[in-house]
Design a protein. Structure first.
Length: 322
């Protein structure tokens, strides 16, 4: 018999959070979505509001939360450079105070808790691909440090709560994820390229475009998160992402081809501390969860581009209405 769980998702109105809320409801659980809407939007979860098993609360995780749940997914934190560099002090507070508050809640109510950590904990890696044992190459005082070091400190807190208070933890290091529901202006490379291509604007490559990323479709990531939460005794940290590596230039060319755009490629200087390589070693996830991504980049883009096309058409229609 299926066991209905009551599950808290912080950052549940964000990109990954909204997809996770949908999946958990489809699996037959009660979902409590907490979000302060700094980067998430009500539109992302509006279609879930009529569901009697879904509940939304406006809450900032830098303040304590008192609820009764069985599991907690802590996804609350701006995750794109534009958003997390907009208010770096608040980003660090969200990562660190948010972890303390959610771990305190998990400790009190004896809930299992999963932390959405990030591949950014590896910084600009000197080891390729990156295994979980690699300790990273992070600039602690650079413009990205609010996010990188905030997430590293959150991992420290998770393992200290686990060792000191026996809190049942999961730490997932999430690599580049994309799909429908992404914020169009979040500064991430997939949304940037698609929006530029649809507008016919030049597509911006930083450096010569030879830096690499590995792109995981959001449905694959959500599947991994759900499996990880259910895996007994697996604390992590665990890399979750797609190990197939692409150069940024290859991604740009694929987006131009698939959108039928006439956009040209233009180059700009590389931003500070921008990683040159990013590719997960997912051996641990394969062995522990029996998981690996199933959606190839071309197939994932084919499911993502129409979402941005609809958004661009809606924006154009609103512009005409004005």
């Amino acid at each position: 018999m299926h066991l209905r769980r009551r599950i808290l998702v912080t950052g549940g109105a964000g990109f990954v959070g909204a997809h996770l809320c949908r999946r958990l409801l489809a699996d037959g659980h009660d979902v409590l979505c907490a979000d302060n809407f700094f980067t998430g939007t009500k539109d992302a979860i509006a279609h879930l509001l009529p569901d009697p098993h879904f509940e939304l609360i406006r809450h900032d995780v830098t303040f304590p939360l008192y609820v009764e749940v069985d599991e907690i997914y802590n996804l609350a934190c701006p995750a794109s450079p534009i958003h997390y560099q907009h208010d770096p002090v608040q980003t660090t507070k969200t990562a660190v105070h948010g972890a303390i508050n959610m771990l305190g809640l998990a400790k009190r109510i004896r809930a299992r808790i999963l932390q959405a950590s990030t591949s950014e904990v590896y910084g600009d890696p000197e080891v390729h691909p990156q295994p979980e044992s690699y300790r990273g190459n992070v600039n602690p005082i650079g413009p990205r440090a609010c996010y990188d070091e905030g997430k590293r400190c959150a991992e420290t807190l998770f393992f200290d709560y686990h060792r000191q208070y026996a809190v049942d933890i999961r730490v997932a290091r999430i690599f580049n994820t994309y799909g429908p529901g992404m914020h169009p202006n979040d500064g991430r490379v997939v949304s940037n390229f698609i929006m530029q291509a649809l507008r016919g604007d030049p597509i911006t490559l930083y450096g010569d475009g030879s830096q690499t990323r590995s792109f995981c479709f959001v449905d694959d990531l959500v599947e991994a998160l759900v499996r990880f939460m259910a895996a007994d005794g697996a604390t992590g940290p665990m890399n979750l992402g797609n190990p197939t590596e692409f150069t940024i230039r290859e991604l740009a060319e694929l987006v131009i081809e698939m959108t039928g755009s006439r956009s040209e490629l233009v180059t700009r200087p590389l931003p500070a501390d921008d990683p040159t390589q990013r590719q997960p070693d997912i051996s641990l996830a394969r062995d522990t969860l029996g998981w690996q991504p199933t959606v190839a980049l071309r197939d994932g883009l084919a499911r993502t581009i129409p979402y941005f096309q609809d958004m661009a058409q809606d924006a154009a229609a609103q512009g005409l209405a004005k």
